[in-house]
Write a protein that binds this ligand. Structure first.
Ligand SMILES: Cc1cc2nc3c(=O)[nH]c(=O)nc-3n(C[C@H](O)[C@H](O)[C@H](O)COP(=O)(O)OP(=O)(O)OC[C@H]3O[C@@H](n4cnc5c(N)ncnc54)[C@H](O)[C@@H]3O)c2cc1C
Ligand code: FES
Length: 264
């Protein structure tokens, strides 16, 4: 079993990505080198207003500088408090936690699908794939949001060289509609090609991705969210039902699960 470690670190870079999205870089985080795409960290907020840590996916790392990045959106009290942190604020991080995405086989296209604030672990996945030598042109990065402003870090994603395919509910940026409709059209058009799906986003999007994977017999993985009081597999606050029966802990057995594995 991997040793669980908490580390005190500092917020050294704070970017306001607009529309309530923020990118935070913490340093020094000695375990940055251990972070893999799909892993998350559990962040303790220095406030008596919130009791539980908040789970945040790792969005990028710079192991040489012992840096780790998270990207989050203000949702409720915890993330509002986090957004109020100033540069040099101390933060306690538990992690990295959870399992990681498996990389595609060399002959498979990666169909990456991020919905809203689900995109950070997928940004890390795409960056790591490219670092490992996967051709960026073999990565389709579907990114869905309500409106244009919700598609953040688009320049950064494009700079990776991947095929960014934005989709917005109102059509204000990219294709109009649901991101999963765009994915299904792509899958149909490229029938016969080897593809692997990756998804992270709202529950309805993950369910649609799961259905799509099973319908077209495509392998893939989905990163799930659940309430996470402990984050280390002890409290059972994050369990989800499995299709084969029984349950799994999202924090410990996930957050990444194979398509068809969890009853969504
Ligand atoms: C694996 C994983 C990765 C995630 N990655 C990201 C990410 O990259 N970016 C991002 O923006 N969000 C991410 N989230 C969601 C994030 O952790 C917050 O829970 C979410 O944004 C709620 O925000 P909040 O704390 O502001 O909400 P709040 O309103 O403060 O909390 C929402 C509700 O959940 C309860 N709650 C909050 N935390 C816990 C907990 N630990 N255990 C039990 N109950 C709790 C609160 O009491 C409240 O009722 C991730 C979640 C998981 C599980
Ligand atoms: S959060 Fe406690 S078991 Fe998963």
């Amino acid at each position: 079993m991997t040793k669980l470690t908490c580390e005190d670190t500092f917020l050294i870079k704070r970017r306001d990505l607009k529309n309530n999205y923020f990118s935070y870089v913490f340093r020094p985080y000695s375990r940055a080198v251990r972070c893999k795409p799909g892993n998350f960290v559990h962040i303790r907020l220095a406030s008596s207003d919130v009791y539980f840590r908040r789970a945040m996916s790792v969005a990028s790392v710079n192991p040489d500088r012992e840096e780790i990045e998270i990207i989050f959106k203000i949702f409720g009290r915890g993330t509002a408090l986090l957004a109020g942190c100033r540069r040099h604020a101390p933060v306690n991080i538990l992690g990295p936690l959870g399992n990681a995405f498996s990389f595609p086989r060399k002959n498979e296209k990666a169909i990456i699908v991020g919905g809203g604030v689900g995109f950070p672990p997928l940004l890390f996945l795409a960056s790591e794939m490219i670092r490992k030598g996967y051709p960026p042109g073999d990565i389709e990065f579907f990114y869905g949001g309500r409106r244009s402003g919700e598609i953040v870090e688009r320049v950064r994603i494009r700079r990776l060289g991947v095929n960014l395919r934005p989709v917005t509910d109102d059509g204000s940026y990219g294709r109009k509609g649901l991101v999963t409709e765009a994915v299904e059209d792509y899958v149909r058009k490229h029938a016969g090609e080897r593809m692997r799906l990756y998804g992270c986003g709202p529950a309805a999007m993950l369910k649609a991705m799961d259905d799509l994977g099973m319908k077209y017999h495509l392998p893939g993985q989905l990163s799930l969210e659940a309430p996470m009081p402990c984050g280390i597999g002890v409290c059972l606050g994050c369990v989800v039902p499995l299709r084969k029966g029984g349950h799994a802990r999202v924090c410990r057995d996930g957050p990444v699960f194979n398509i068809g594995e969890v009853l969504l």
